[in-house]
Design a protein around this ligand. Structure first.
Ligand SMILES: Cc1cc2nc3c(=O)[nH]c(=O)nc-3n(C[C@H](O)[C@H](O)[C@H](O)COP(=O)(O)OP(=O)(O)OC[C@H]3O[C@@H](n4cnc5c(N)ncnc54)[C@H](O)[C@@H]3O)c2cc1C
Length: 393
């Protein structure tokens, strides 16, 4: 990465949701006074993953870099008023993640736990009796171990976060342009600008791809292989006879999850891997998942949920990186002023602050300073050398 030798007058960011906006935010925070243009095809954000997300944050990941990115995000969310003033509110509920595991998983989980704690995550390991003492509404049948983050984990409001960051970027002189980037202008192995759907051409010294689930498609126009594509995830909003005040984000052994949200709870489950096709343009909720999987699993784990009432559902897209379920951050290996910030595979809202900071450091300083994100670089995509994240929610 030789970013420090670039001219850095004009940065174009493709995609103006949470990741793209955090890149712009940190460029400004770090003193960049050049032009920042953020191109967003859908200014309502109706179909952006950010707006449709469950906006939760665990520190319990298998890859060290993800634990670090979550800790960075949690710190940012906790201190939001310090940066944005006393009225700033993203509804950060630090209620923890409770991840339940069968006895057979306990050994693997304990190894991950040691790594997570070593990084500063504050996670308790609870046996069934301890789980019942803390969460008396739980059915602990078949559970060997539960891990629970007492700090740095929970959920927040992604829309409020996006609004806050966008308005700060705008007031710092960043320009959001409503258009679609259709192609990149390449010359001598560099991106010289982008061509927009409205006929405009934007010149750039550096171009950041933060186009979420459509990033892979966008890169195909350039002949660049980026295995990032949309996969549908459905969220169900329910009313249930449970108190939501100390309720955590709970992950069952079946993969079903539930947390407080809105006037009740939200819940969901990933579809089976063999029926999880590309979903471009498809936002129809997968209703059958509720009756067939989510409700039975959750009612078994939390008997009070036999009484729940389904209120509504929606579907959005995970931007799945098929190589290893991890983000792709950093420059393309041949086009050094084309920088990726995408492919977060369902952890992009929580990791947007860390990704934004990292990309801003690369652009302005030519190296990572606060967090080393180099293992998430494009080189592993080229080499087909995955950095597998085993904890995929
Ligand atoms: C149901 C669901 C639950 C989730 N739960 C969580 C969670 O609990 N925690 C978490 O951290 N993450 C979660 N995620 C994932 C998270 O939402 C994403 O990782 C994150 O929003 C990615 O942000 P982004 O800015 O990269 O992408 P997006 O929010 O999708 O934004 C990309 C933007 O780029 C724009 N765009 C695309 N192509 C172009 C183009 N050619 N020109 C101009 N603009 C373009 C799009 O319109 C879009 O607004 C969830 C996602 C879903 C769908």
């Amino acid at each position: 990465m030789t970013g420090s030798s670039w001219s850095k007058e004009k940065v174009v960011i493709v995609g103006g949701a949470v990741v793209g906006s955090f890149v712009a935010y940190f460029l400004q925070e770090m003193g960049f006074r050049g032009q920042i243009q953020i191109v967003e095809r859908d200014p309502t954000y109706r179909f952006s993953s950010t707006a449709l997300s469950a906006a939760s944050i665990p520190t319990q990941f298998g890859c060290r870099v993800n634990v670090r990115m979550s800790l960075f995000g949690a710190e940012f969310f906790r201190n939001i008023k310090d940066c944005f003033g006393p009225d700033a509110d993203i509804g950060f509920h630090e209620n923890g993640y409770l991840i339940l595991g069968a006895a057979t998983d306990a050994e693997v989980r304990t190894v991950s736990l040691a790594m997570q704690r070593g990084e500063g995550a504050e996670i308790l390991a609870l046996d069934p009796d301890q789980l019942l003492a803390r969460f008396p509404w739980l059915n602990v049948d078949g559970i060997g171990l539960g891990t629970f983050g007492v700090r740095n984990e929970g959920w927040f409001d992604a829309w409020s976060l996006l609004s806050l960051i966008r308005s700060r970027v705008r007031s710092g002189g960043g320009e959001y342009i409503s258009a679609e980037v259709q192609s990149f202008l390449l010359s001598s192995g560099r991106v010289e600008g982008v061509q927009l759907s409205n006929g405009q051409t934007l010149g750039s010294d550096c171009c950041v791809t933060a186009a979420g689930a459509l990033s892979g498609r966008l890169m195909r126009n350039l002949g660049i292989a980026l295995p990032v594509s949309p996969r549908k995830r459905t969220v169900f909003a329910v009313k249930a006879p449970l108190s939501d005040c100390a309720f955590p984000m709970l992950f069952d052994t079946t993969g079903a999850w539930i947390r407080p949200g809105g006037a009740g709870f939200i819940c969901g489950v990933a579809p089976p891997a063999d029926s999880d096709p590309g979903a471009e343009g498809d936002y129809e909720p997968q209703h059958e998942l509720f009756e067939e999987t989510v409700w039975p699993a959750l009612a078994h784990r939390i008997p009070a949920l036999e009484q729940l009432r389904l209120e509504r559902s929606w579907a959005g897209h995970y931007e799945i990186n098929a190589l290893d379920h991890n983000g792709v951050i950093g420059p393309h290996d041949e086009i050094e002023n084309l920088i990726f910030a995408t492919g977060f595979s369902g952890h992009g809202v929580m990791h947007a602050p860390a990704a934004g900071r990292g990309v801003a450091e690369l652009i302005l300083r030519g190296r990572y300073e606060m967090l080393d994100l180099s293992e998430l670089g494009y080189g592993r995509i080229r080499a087909g050398a995955p950095l597998h994240e085993p904890v995929v929610y």
